[in-house]
Unconditional design. Structure first.
Length: 276
Protein backbone atom coordinates (compact mmCIF):
# COMPACT_ATOMS: atom_id res chain seq x y z
CA UNK A 1 0.00 0.00 0.00
CA UNK A 2 1.32 3.41 -0.92
CA UNK A 3 1.79 5.80 1.96
CA UNK A 4 -1.02 8.28 2.54
CA UNK A 5 -3.48 6.44 0.34
CA UNK A 6 -6.65 8.47 -0.22
CA UNK A 7 -10.22 7.30 -0.62
CA UNK A 8 -12.92 9.01 -2.66
CA UNK A 9 -15.86 10.56 -0.81
CA UNK A 10 -19.37 10.58 -2.29
CA UNK A 11 -19.17 14.36 -2.84
CA UNK A 12 -16.07 14.16 -5.06
CA UNK A 13 -13.50 15.12 -2.43
CA UNK A 14 -10.84 12.66 -1.27
CA UNK A 15 -9.73 11.78 2.25
CA UNK A 16 -6.43 10.30 3.49
CA UNK A 17 -7.33 6.83 4.78
CA UNK A 18 -4.86 6.97 7.66
CA UNK A 19 -5.19 9.93 9.98
CA UNK A 20 -4.10 11.11 13.41
CA UNK A 21 -6.55 11.40 16.31
CA UNK A 22 -6.31 13.69 19.35
CA UNK A 23 -9.13 12.52 21.64
CA UNK A 24 -8.24 13.04 25.33
CA UNK A 25 -5.14 15.06 24.45
CA UNK A 26 -4.76 18.44 26.18
CA UNK A 27 -4.39 21.41 23.87
CA UNK A 28 -0.69 22.12 24.60
CA UNK A 29 0.17 18.45 24.20
CA UNK A 30 -1.92 18.32 21.03
CA UNK A 31 0.22 21.05 19.53
CA UNK A 32 3.37 18.98 20.10
CA UNK A 33 2.00 15.61 18.98
CA UNK A 34 0.26 16.99 15.88
CA UNK A 35 3.54 18.68 14.95
CA UNK A 36 5.26 15.28 15.28
CA UNK A 37 2.52 13.53 13.29
CA UNK A 38 2.80 16.06 10.47
CA UNK A 39 6.57 15.69 10.49
CA UNK A 40 6.23 11.89 10.16
CA UNK A 41 3.88 12.27 7.19
CA UNK A 42 0.31 12.33 8.50
CA UNK A 43 -1.87 14.84 6.65
CA UNK A 44 -5.28 14.01 8.14
CA UNK A 45 -6.00 15.32 11.66
CA UNK A 46 -9.22 14.45 13.52
CA UNK A 47 -10.31 16.70 16.38
CA UNK A 48 -13.63 17.89 17.89
CA UNK A 49 -15.13 20.84 19.72
CA UNK A 50 -15.54 18.75 22.90
CA UNK A 51 -11.88 17.64 22.89
CA UNK A 52 -10.87 21.16 23.91
CA UNK A 53 -7.73 21.05 21.76
CA UNK A 54 -8.72 22.73 18.49
CA UNK A 55 -6.43 25.67 19.34
CA UNK A 56 -3.44 23.38 19.87
CA UNK A 57 -4.16 21.55 16.63
CA UNK A 58 -4.43 24.90 14.85
CA UNK A 59 -1.10 26.11 16.23
CA UNK A 60 0.65 22.95 15.04
CA UNK A 61 -0.85 23.36 11.57
CA UNK A 62 0.15 27.03 11.40
CA UNK A 63 3.74 26.30 12.45
CA UNK A 64 4.14 23.31 10.14
CA UNK A 65 4.47 25.38 6.98
CA UNK A 66 2.53 22.68 5.10
CA UNK A 67 0.24 24.22 2.47
CA UNK A 68 -3.38 24.15 3.64
CA UNK A 69 -4.55 22.28 0.56
CA UNK A 70 -2.27 19.35 1.47
CA UNK A 71 -4.00 18.88 4.84
CA UNK A 72 -7.30 17.26 5.76
CA UNK A 73 -8.78 18.58 9.01
CA UNK A 74 -11.90 17.18 10.67
CA UNK A 75 -13.77 18.65 13.62
CA UNK A 76 -17.13 17.84 15.17
CA UNK A 77 -20.17 19.68 16.50
CA UNK A 78 -20.82 18.93 20.16
CA UNK A 79 -24.26 17.92 21.42
CA UNK A 80 -25.01 21.21 23.21
CA UNK A 81 -24.81 23.00 19.88
CA UNK A 82 -27.23 20.80 17.96
CA UNK A 83 -29.99 22.82 16.30
CA UNK A 84 -29.94 25.00 13.20
CA UNK A 85 -28.70 28.35 14.53
CA UNK A 86 -26.43 26.84 17.19
CA UNK A 87 -24.62 24.77 14.56
CA UNK A 88 -24.05 27.82 12.35
CA UNK A 89 -22.43 29.62 15.30
CA UNK A 90 -20.45 26.54 16.38
CA UNK A 91 -18.61 26.12 13.07
CA UNK A 92 -17.47 29.74 13.22
CA UNK A 93 -16.15 29.21 16.75
CA UNK A 94 -14.33 26.02 15.74
CA UNK A 95 -12.74 27.72 12.73
CA UNK A 96 -11.60 30.58 14.92
CA UNK A 97 -10.00 28.20 17.42
CA UNK A 98 -8.34 26.23 14.61
CA UNK A 99 -7.19 29.40 12.85
CA UNK A 100 -8.61 28.08 9.57
CA UNK A 101 -10.96 29.41 6.91
CA UNK A 102 -12.56 25.99 6.42
CA UNK A 103 -12.45 22.40 7.64
CA UNK A 104 -12.29 19.50 5.23
CA UNK A 105 -14.90 17.54 7.16
CA UNK A 106 -17.48 18.61 9.75
CA UNK A 107 -19.36 15.92 11.69
CA UNK A 108 -22.40 15.86 13.96
CA UNK A 109 -20.72 14.14 16.93
CA UNK A 110 -23.70 12.09 18.23
CA UNK A 111 -27.22 11.55 16.91
CA UNK A 112 -28.84 12.23 20.33
CA UNK A 113 -32.08 10.50 19.24
CA UNK A 114 -34.20 11.60 22.21
CA UNK A 115 -33.41 15.27 21.57
CA UNK A 116 -34.58 14.91 17.98
CA UNK A 117 -32.49 17.78 16.64
CA UNK A 118 -30.26 15.95 14.20
CA UNK A 119 -32.35 16.73 11.09
CA UNK A 120 -32.46 20.49 11.68
CA UNK A 121 -28.75 20.29 12.51
CA UNK A 122 -28.16 18.45 9.23
CA UNK A 123 -29.98 21.25 7.38
CA UNK A 124 -27.53 23.72 8.95
CA UNK A 125 -24.65 21.46 7.90
CA UNK A 126 -25.80 21.69 4.29
CA UNK A 127 -25.69 25.49 4.59
CA UNK A 128 -22.23 25.27 6.17
CA UNK A 129 -21.04 23.20 3.22
CA UNK A 130 -22.62 25.59 0.73
CA UNK A 131 -20.86 28.50 2.45
CA UNK A 132 -17.46 26.83 1.99
CA UNK A 133 -16.76 26.59 5.73
CA UNK A 134 -16.73 22.78 5.44
CA UNK A 135 -15.73 20.97 2.25
CA UNK A 136 -17.53 17.77 3.28
CA UNK A 137 -20.13 16.98 5.93
CA UNK A 138 -20.92 13.80 7.77
CA UNK A 139 -22.10 12.19 10.97
CA UNK A 140 -20.66 10.29 13.90
CA UNK A 141 -22.22 7.80 16.32
CA UNK A 142 -25.60 7.68 14.60
CA UNK A 143 -28.17 4.96 15.17
CA UNK A 144 -29.33 3.09 12.06
CA UNK A 145 -32.68 4.97 12.19
CA UNK A 146 -31.02 8.38 12.55
CA UNK A 147 -28.64 7.59 9.70
CA UNK A 148 -31.54 6.52 7.49
CA UNK A 149 -33.44 9.71 8.36
CA UNK A 150 -30.46 11.79 7.25
CA UNK A 151 -29.97 9.76 4.06
CA UNK A 152 -33.67 10.25 3.28
CA UNK A 153 -33.15 14.04 3.14
CA UNK A 154 -31.37 13.43 -0.15
CA UNK A 155 -28.10 14.85 1.14
CA UNK A 156 -26.07 11.78 2.06
CA UNK A 157 -23.29 12.10 4.65
CA UNK A 158 -19.80 11.69 3.23
CA UNK A 159 -18.66 9.67 6.24
CA UNK A 160 -20.00 7.98 9.36
CA UNK A 161 -17.52 7.81 12.23
CA UNK A 162 -18.21 5.03 14.75
CA UNK A 163 -16.51 2.98 17.44
CA UNK A 164 -14.85 0.17 15.52
CA UNK A 165 -12.07 -2.26 16.44
CA UNK A 166 -11.45 -6.02 16.20
CA UNK A 167 -13.58 -6.81 19.27
CA UNK A 168 -16.48 -4.75 17.87
CA UNK A 169 -16.20 -4.60 14.11
CA UNK A 170 -19.67 -3.15 13.42
CA UNK A 171 -20.23 -5.24 10.30
CA UNK A 172 -23.93 -4.36 10.00
CA UNK A 173 -23.34 -0.62 10.33
CA UNK A 174 -20.42 -0.77 7.89
CA UNK A 175 -22.70 -2.55 5.41
CA UNK A 176 -25.40 0.09 5.84
CA UNK A 177 -22.83 2.84 5.31
CA UNK A 178 -21.49 1.11 2.19
CA UNK A 179 -24.98 0.61 0.70
CA UNK A 180 -25.47 4.36 0.93
CA UNK A 181 -22.06 5.31 -0.44
CA UNK A 182 -20.86 6.49 2.98
CA UNK A 183 -17.27 5.86 4.09
CA UNK A 184 -16.90 4.39 7.57
CA UNK A 185 -14.38 5.95 9.94
CA UNK A 186 -13.18 4.08 13.02
CA UNK A 187 -12.72 5.71 16.40
CA UNK A 188 -10.96 3.82 19.19
CA UNK A 189 -9.46 1.73 16.37
CA UNK A 190 -7.12 -0.22 18.66
CA UNK A 191 -9.86 -0.96 21.18
CA UNK A 192 -8.56 1.00 24.09
CA UNK A 193 -5.22 -0.63 23.92
CA UNK A 194 -5.23 -3.46 26.38
CA UNK A 195 -7.26 -6.42 25.18
CA UNK A 196 -6.73 -6.22 21.45
CA UNK A 197 -3.01 -5.55 21.70
CA UNK A 198 -2.59 -8.66 23.84
CA UNK A 199 -4.82 -10.91 21.74
CA UNK A 200 -3.09 -14.17 20.77
CA UNK A 201 -4.30 -14.14 17.17
CA UNK A 202 -3.13 -10.59 16.61
CA UNK A 203 0.16 -11.36 18.37
CA UNK A 204 0.81 -14.33 16.10
CA UNK A 205 0.03 -12.32 12.96
CA UNK A 206 2.25 -9.48 14.21
CA UNK A 207 5.13 -11.91 14.72
CA UNK A 208 4.69 -13.27 11.19
CA UNK A 209 4.97 -9.75 9.76
CA UNK A 210 7.66 -8.53 12.16
CA UNK A 211 5.20 -5.84 13.13
CA UNK A 212 3.64 -4.62 16.36
CA UNK A 213 0.10 -5.68 17.33
CA UNK A 214 -1.03 -2.07 16.85
CA UNK A 215 0.39 -2.05 13.31
CA UNK A 216 -1.50 -5.25 12.50
CA UNK A 217 -4.79 -3.75 13.73
CA UNK A 218 -4.23 -0.55 11.73
CA UNK A 219 -3.37 -2.66 8.66
CA UNK A 220 -6.63 -4.60 9.18
CA UNK A 221 -8.66 -1.37 9.23
CA UNK A 222 -6.98 -0.18 6.05
CA UNK A 223 -7.54 -3.55 4.37
CA UNK A 224 -11.29 -3.60 5.06
CA UNK A 225 -11.71 -0.03 3.82
CA UNK A 226 -12.05 1.97 7.02
CA UNK A 227 -10.70 5.46 7.47
CA UNK A 228 -8.72 5.17 10.69
CA UNK A 229 -6.89 7.57 13.02
CA UNK A 230 -4.95 5.95 15.85
CA UNK A 231 -4.02 8.28 18.68
CA UNK A 232 -0.67 8.38 20.44
CA UNK A 233 1.32 10.97 22.35
CA UNK A 234 4.54 8.92 22.07
CA UNK A 235 6.83 9.91 19.16
CA UNK A 236 7.99 6.33 18.61
CA UNK A 237 4.40 5.03 18.43
CA UNK A 238 3.32 7.85 16.13
CA UNK A 239 6.04 6.69 13.73
CA UNK A 240 5.06 3.03 14.14
CA UNK A 241 1.41 3.85 13.44
CA UNK A 242 2.43 5.63 10.25
CA UNK A 243 4.60 2.68 9.23
CA UNK A 244 1.61 0.31 9.60
CA UNK A 245 0.87 1.19 5.96
CA UNK A 246 3.75 -1.11 5.03
CA UNK A 247 2.01 -4.16 6.57
CA UNK A 248 -0.02 -6.18 4.06
CA UNK A 249 -2.21 -8.84 5.60
CA UNK A 250 -3.31 -12.00 3.78
CA UNK A 251 -7.01 -12.66 3.16
CA UNK A 252 -6.84 -15.42 5.78
CA UNK A 253 -5.34 -13.08 8.37
CA UNK A 254 -8.04 -10.50 7.70
CA UNK A 255 -10.71 -13.17 8.21
CA UNK A 256 -9.07 -14.30 11.46
CA UNK A 257 -9.21 -10.74 12.80
CA UNK A 258 -12.80 -10.36 11.55
CA UNK A 259 -13.60 -13.39 13.71
CA UNK A 260 -12.56 -11.63 16.93
CA UNK A 261 -15.69 -9.45 17.08
CA UNK A 262 -18.09 -9.93 19.99
CA UNK A 263 -21.67 -8.87 20.71
CA UNK A 264 -20.48 -7.30 23.97
CA UNK A 265 -17.37 -5.73 22.48
CA UNK A 266 -18.52 -2.10 22.64
CA UNK A 267 -16.31 0.03 24.91
CA UNK A 268 -17.94 3.44 24.58
CA UNK A 269 -21.52 4.69 24.76
CA UNK A 270 -24.26 3.21 22.62
CA UNK A 271 -25.59 5.95 20.29
CA UNK A 272 -29.15 4.73 20.96
CA UNK A 273 -28.79 5.57 24.66
CA UNK A 274 -26.45 8.57 24.61
CA UNK A 275 -28.59 11.70 24.94
CA UNK A 276 -26.58 13.80 27.43
Amino acid sequence: MSKNQTLQLNDGHSIPQLGFGVWQVESDVAEDVVAKALQVGFRHIDTAEIYGNEEGVGRAIAKSGIPREQLFVTTKLWNDNQGHDSALHAIDASLERLGLDYVDLYLIHWSQPEKGKYLETWKAFQEIKDSGKARSIGVSNFTPKALQDVVDTGVVPAVHQIELHPSFNQQHMREMDARNGILTEAWSPLGQGKEELQDETIGRIAEAHRATPAQVIIAWHLAIGNVVFPKSVTPERIQQNWDAQQVTLTAEEIEEINGLTREDGRLGSDPADFND
